[in-house]
Structure formats: C-alpha cells, structure tokens
Design a protein around this ligand. Structure first.
Ligand code: SF4
Ligand code: SF4
Length: 316
C-alpha cells in the first residue's frame, strides 16, 4: 500500500516541540503518582511491576512479554507503512543527539568562544547524569533515589546503572553520534526486512533537479520556464557524473536555461545528521528525519521554484 507524498517541509519548531515533549515525558515518567505509589515502577527488589494502577507479579511475566511483543509488532508495522519515522523523530538516539546539539548551539550563541567547549561538556555531563538517575528511577523508587544521592546512599547496582546509563548517553549522543545508527543499532539492520518498494522514503527528483548547478538569480524553475523534465536515463547519468567525477569524467557545461532546479547549494547535505547526499538516490542509512527536505524547500522557495524537488514518498 503506497502512502501520499510529503513535499512540504514540516516546520522546524514542530519537530523541536515533538522532541521536547518526548524528552519531558521520559524525565517526568518516574515522578508520576497513581493511588499514592509511583505510577511506573519495575521494582526488582520487591518483584512487582506497577503500571498506572495495574500491578504485575512474577507469575504475570507472560503478560509483560505479550505487551512487549505488541509494541515490537506495532513498531514493525509503523516502519513498513511509514518508513523510518521512528528513527527520525522518536528514537532515543535521535532525541538525545538533538538535545546535545541544541545545548552546544545555544551555548555557542551566548558564551565567549573559549568557554563554549568546557561549558558544553559540563552541560552534557549533567544532562547525562540526570538521564541515568531517571532511568534507574524506573526500577528503584525515584524519590528515595534522589534523596539518597547527596549522601552517597545508593546500592551497588543503583550506582553501577546510573553511571553506566549516564556514560552511554554521553557517549552515544555526544561522541558516537551517527555511528550508533550506522553501525551499532540492531533495528537499523532490520529495516530492509520490514520495508518493501511501497514503503515511503526520502527521494530526490533527478528529472527535475538535474543538471545541477549555480545560476543567475531570477531564472525561473524548470516547470515555469518550460524546460521539460529529463528522461530518467539522462537524469541518472547526470547524477552519476556529479557523484563520481573521476569515473565518469567531467560534467558538460550547460547554459543557464538548461539547468535543472537543483542549485547545488548543498544545504541538504550540510543539515543531514547522517552526512548523506540524498541526491545520490535512496539510501539505507537515511533516517527519514526530513531535515534535507526542510532545507531544500526553504532554498527552493527563496529561488522562486515550486516544492517537491526532495519529497518523502513511496517509490512505487
Ligand atoms: S538524507 Fe539525511 S537529512 Fe535527509 S531525511 Fe535522510 S537522514 Fe534526514
Ligand atoms: S538543498 Fe535542494 S537545491 Fe540545494 S543542493 Fe540540495 S537538492 Fe539541490
């Protein structure tokens, strides 16, 4: 089943709000109360799982496995129908990486250059530590955990997991970054099994965009100035030449009126968290985050061209 194309950029603040909301939910979750108890608590010492008023005991482990299976199947179905939207919008790696980048950008704006790096590392470290405490607070009552922190009153396993989770947060979001998605994440390796040719993905319209290149301002888009779309073979030939100049030889020089709508501004490449050039074709590492679509739509709007040079769409 193919889904309609998305050619318009989702406003950046919409994505930012979604990320902020999901992060706030994670940090608030252990503090929520239900009937006088922590609403969500997998209390390993007491061998009970509180889930918003519902209590699971060791004999209910089958229910817990069933719940996890439903979540896994839902994620697989979502990926099949919508592509990697989970990866691009809701995955913890995406959320914390975005938060780390936001902190670094914010501090760079307000602090003198010499203070930015240490302040960024300090802020990342504090956020990572609080993330570790929040995570362990899902397994050990959070109020007691926080109250015991100043007196070093944590048990051995609490200390280990707080430090481990804090280090994993800092390492994944601040150091490994896109390498987590590219090389470590098992879900990313499963994606080809969950998708088919109807699953939407980020696509570049080479027939309209090629040949790419800078041009004088005021030149209309290909549709507006009556240049027809290229045939698919010619369009792919230009993509290949632009991507592999050593193999294919130099690109011919085109007069401005023969250029396509891609101005070769590289905005789509510079915003890509995976450092991809989506003009080379659909790529397995693409997270479907839409950052390239936003950047290109802005650029195309400024140039006075129509939308849809990059689009999130089913190829068939
Ligand atoms: S190519 Fe890069 S920026 Fe574009 S959707 Fe994929 S991961 Fe995001
Ligand atoms: S942002 Fe759009 S116009 Fe700029 S290089 Fe990428 S595809 Fe071409």
């Amino acid at each position: 089943m193919s889904t309609p194309c998305s050619t318009t950029a989702r406003p950046r603040h919409w994505r930012g709000l979604l990320s902020a909301g999901l992060l706030a939910l994670f940090y608030a979750l252990p503090w929520l109360r239900w009937d006088g108890r922590q609403a969500l608590l997998l209390d390993i010492n007491a061998r009970r799982f509180d889930l918003f008023g519902w209590t699971l005991w060791p004999g209910d482990v089958g229910v817990l496995i069933g719940l996890l299976a439903v979540l896994a199947v839902s994620l697989a179905l979502l990926t099949h129908l919508t592509g990697r939207l989970w990866c691009g919008y809701a995955c913890p790696q995406t959320l914390w990486r975005g938060a780390f980048e936001g902190i670094a950008r914010g501090l760079a704006r307000w602090l003198p250059a010499v203070a930015v790096r240490p302040a960024t590392q300090l802020a990342w470290g504090l956020l990572s530590l609080w993330t570790g405490i929040t995570f362990v607070g899902l397994f050990s009552p959070i109020a007691e955990l926080v109250a015991a922190a100043p007196h070093a009153g944590w048990s051995g396993w609490e200390t280990f997991w707080v430090v481990f989770y804090a280090a994993a947060t800092w390492g994944n979001a601040g150091f490994l970054r896109e390498q987590v998605c590219r090389s470590l994440c098992p879900f990313a390796r499963l994606q080809p099994l969950l998708t088919d040719p109807h699953t939407p993905r980020m696509l570049y319209d080479a027939r309209r965009g090629e040949p790419r290149g800078p041009r004088p301002s005021g030149l209309g888009g290909v549709l507006g100035r009556g240049r027809s779309l290229l045939d698919p073979t010619t369009a792919q030939d230009y993509v290949f030449r632009a991507t592999h100049p050593l193999l294919a030889g130099p690109m011919p020089t085109f007069s401005a009126d023969r250029l396509g709508d891609c101005t070769d501004c590289a905005a789509c490449v510079s915003v890509c968290p995976m450092q991809l050039d989506i003009r080379q074709g659909p790529q397995a590492d693409c997270l479907a985050c839409g950052a390239c679509l936003e950047a290109c739509a802005r650029q195309q709007h400024q140039a006075g061209f129509g939308t849809g040079l990059l689009r999130y769409c089913s190829p068939q």
